[in-house]
Design a protein around this ligand. Structure first.
Ligand SMILES: NC(=O)C1=CN([C@@H]2O[C@H](COP(=O)(O)OP(=O)(O)OC[C@H]3O[C@@H](n4cnc5c(N)ncnc54)[C@H](OP(=O)(O)O)[C@@H]3O)[C@@H](O)[C@H]2O)C=CC1
Ligand SMILES: CC(=O)N[C@@H](CCC(=O)OP(=O)(O)O)C(=O)O
Length: 345
């Protein structure tokens, strides 16, 4: 198996998970400007791979691998994937192949649409619970790994939409997000003097590129019409997303129906846990784990449901989702090689 973008945050996290995956042998590690350097210079925490040499990302270096993970900047993956055979399993951690609507892609990303691949969110409820997305991932050879913020919002609110206990036309999502979500290349995000001790909103006012992806997911769950107001805020932590999503309670729904919608949706899910009533998720409890922690409550006064999801953007938000989808595509047990325990404090 090859990992492209191996010097970056997402590629590094894929490699960390693969070092303990029993069915995977790590082959080429490739990147761009760091080609020719030791992997250990970029990923000093990956001791067993430290002496690997980063290769350039070319057809030749990726050829001959059964599985290729692409963790490249937006726009770079389509050309690379086109050179890989149809029998190679390619998992794209970038956004290029997530959206089905080419117009929505162009509106939010400003480039031509590269196409649509099977979507790598196994827990996504389809058609009000008839199926889950995992049912569509067996034997696929292309996977679009979801956006990390998208995963947090979708997992948080989808039980209410599937069960019809919330309205999907007035969703408000506000997120606290860690800096690693922006990637190593985002140097402006790394000015410690500005970032430490500050909460910094970005992509405010309906401009964030994850909005059409969230709406696409919630339509797949069963919402006829979806509208989401989405506001992320950078907070001084390396990893983590805490997504708070609120929605109007549907007519006739009550707190008991809301509780059972959330608990029933995630009862059998290995990587999504609805916490006991009254206990709220924290990002700290998910660091390093392929786990999303979810809680829900009804704000009777406001007539709204409030759901909070915490996850590690680099694990359940990217690399863990990639490995989970890889397992499904290869016919391996879905949980293979994926930690559910976090690191604390
Ligand atoms: N960080 C996160 O939480 C998440 C990231 N993702 C997605 O994963 C992808 C990677 O993100 P992330 O790891 O954060 O980014 P980084 O900036 O940390 O890493 C980018 C990687 O891509 C390589 N690269 C840059 N340009 C090219 C190119 N033209 N051809 C080949 N390789 C190139 C870099 O190599 P080099 O260093 O050698 O130049 C580096 O290995 C992005 O699409 C991102 O949106 C998705 C979900 C969450
Ligand atoms: C802090 C930060 O900037 N986070 C990124 C998350 C990126 C992500 O999930 O990946 P894709 O870009 O592949 O969709 C953001 O909000 O855009």
């Amino acid at each position: 198996m090859a990992v492209s973008g191996a010097s970056g945050y997402a590629g590094g996290e894929v490699l960390r998970l693969l070092t303990t995956h029993p069915d995977v042998e790590i082959g080429a590690v490739t990147a761009h400007s760091s080609a020719g350097e030791r992997l250990g210079a970029h990923q000093p925490h990956l001791r067993s791979l430290a002496d690997r040499v980063i290769e350039p990302t070319t057809t030749a270096t990726l050829a001959g691998h059964d599985v290729v993970v692409l963790a490249l900047p937006h726009g770079a993956s389509a050309a690379v994937a086109a050179e890989l055979g149809d029998d190679t399993l390619v998992l794209d951690c970038g956004a290029d192949h997530r959206l089905t609507d080419a117009d929505a892609w162009t509106a939010f990303y400003g480039t031509p649409h590269a196409g649509t691949w099977p979507y790598g969110m196994p827990e996504l409820v389809l058609d009000h619970g008839e199926r889950r997305q995992r049912d569509l991932l067996a034997h696929v050879r292309r996977v679009a790994v979801p956006g990390c913020n998208v995963t947090a919002v979708t997992l948080g609110i989808q039980p209410g939409i599937a069960a019809g206990v919330v309205e999907a036309t007035d969703l408000v999502a506000v997120l606290a997000v860690g800096y690693s979500g922006a990637g190593k290349a985002a140097k402006t995000h790394l000015l410690a003097s500005e970032g430490l001790g500050a909460a910094v909103p970005y992509a405010v006012g309906g401009t964030h590129r994850h909005i059409p992806e969230i709406e696409q997911n919630l339509r797949a769950v069963g919402a006829a019409e979806v509208s989401v107001s989405f506001t992320p805020t950078l907070v001084p932590m390396a990893r983590g997303i805490l997504a708070t999503t609120t929605a109007r309670l549907a007519p006739g729904a009550d707190a008991a129906a809301v509780r059972s919608a959330w608990e029933d949706t995630y009862a059998g899910e290995p990587f999504v846990q609805v916490l006991p009533e009254g206990q709220w998720p924290t990002t700290a409890a998910t660091v390093g784990a392929n786990t999303a922690l979810v809680q829900v409550a009804v704000d009777e006064r406001a007539g709204r449901v409030v759901t909070v999801t915490a996850l590690d953007n680099l694990v359940k938000g990217t690399a863990g989702a990639a490995v989970q989808s890889m397992n499904l595509a290869l016919g391996l047990p879905e949980t293979t090689g994926l930690p559910v325990e976090g690191v604390a404090p």
